[in-house]
Design a protein around this ligand. Sequence first.
Ligand code: PLP
Length: 467
Amino acid sequence: MTHAHIAGSIHADVAKAGPQWLTLPEDLNQLRSELWPAGTERDAQGRIVIGGVALSQVAASHGTPAYLIDEQDFRARARAFRDSFADWRVYYAGKALLSRTVARWVMEEGLCLDVTTMGEMRIALAGGMPAARLGFHGNNKSLEEIRFALEQGVGRIIVDSFHEIDRIEAACQELGATAQVLVRVTTGVEAHTHEYIATAHEDQKFGLSILGGHALAALVRCQSSSSIQLRGIHSHIGSQIFETHGFEVAIRRTLRLAEQFRVATGVELAELDLGGGFGIAYTEADSPMPTAELARAFDEILDHECRAFGLRRPELSIEPGRAICGPAGVALYEVGTVKAVELENGRSRTYVSVDGGMSDNIRPALYAAEYSCALANRTSDADPVLARVVGKHCEGGDILIRDVFLPRDIAPGDLIAVPGSGAYCRSMASNYNQVPKPPLLAASQGQVQTLLRRETLEDLMRLDVGE
Ligand SMILES: *Cc1c(COP(=O)(O)O)cnc(C)c1O
């Protein structure tokens, strides 16, 4: 090692204090490019700049906590999927992050959009996304939602149960409409990810089981319905997946199902949707596959498996959410308090409390998600300390970042930016502890635009209509 730290022995001790995967960076002020929106840098004053805007300025003009999306980075990631998966249809999973403007970006970049509820449909349509480019998901769509989707001319409905098939038929008959349908199946694949976001194994609420025979029965049922035009099969095996092996097994099993369906009915299914779940880098421990490489791997697997089953290559679609909006977004917090807590091993941990927490990012509490962060308003030459960034809520589990190295001089008033916060943070926000939800802002070419304004206490008071 050529780099000599002045405080070498202190660093060695601090370095051992964190979890094994967490390495002590040589320079705490450095921003790892794989974690941040493309082009993120520090300006001459040491402030982090995203989309041409200094985060300190964002904090000054819009307050904290706040979510900031780099519009150009979001668009570039959407385009990378569209271009790499060139003859596929790409559905952006709106549940990851959605507003009218986000829907418009998705539309302008030529993608389709997945929605799950009336609310998501309404926002997507209000953003100008044509209904024909919407995929309607969910394991408990109401008759009202199905009716609305059909009235609007929704592109397709991804069916999740026999009761839903009944509802679709009823709505179609009432409206004189025909529904384009994919059947969501469970392939038994358990993707290598946290249990709560691994959705294709059998014992869970989504989809119809291939193993149990329900998937084939649902396909046959849809095929025989005069109201339904059956398009094909849908499989989504989980989220934050880094390897293609799970997809390979899912492809094999869905194609085998398509083959069984052909034998049973003489019909070859036109379409296969492989869902989303492509992993992103939250910390230095994550190394996602570049989108182009992912597309090449998928194409190879499909060609191989289709040949093996003697099936024509179906029309294909995928549904990335996190991989488009996640890395494009950061959360911005202000530090309120800092305190050291002595640990049993004689070391200490620095608790850094910020002005948000589990109400704007539930993921660490919900499924032990890991994040990293950086001091956003300045650089620091102070020694590193092992820190835990926590929120302001009344829960011991209100932890945003379990382990991260921050400069020892971090203090109230400093700003912290958390990369990888574009997906499943603001979209999952709650009003726990009667905290108003933070705004969603977009930065582009030095300008900040508000996509979702900050909730106010008046908003909360207005909802409370009791005596
Ligand atoms: C959540 C979800 C996605 C998107 O998952 P990401 O991990 O954000 O890519 C895609 N399809 C379905 C059916 C989903 O439920």
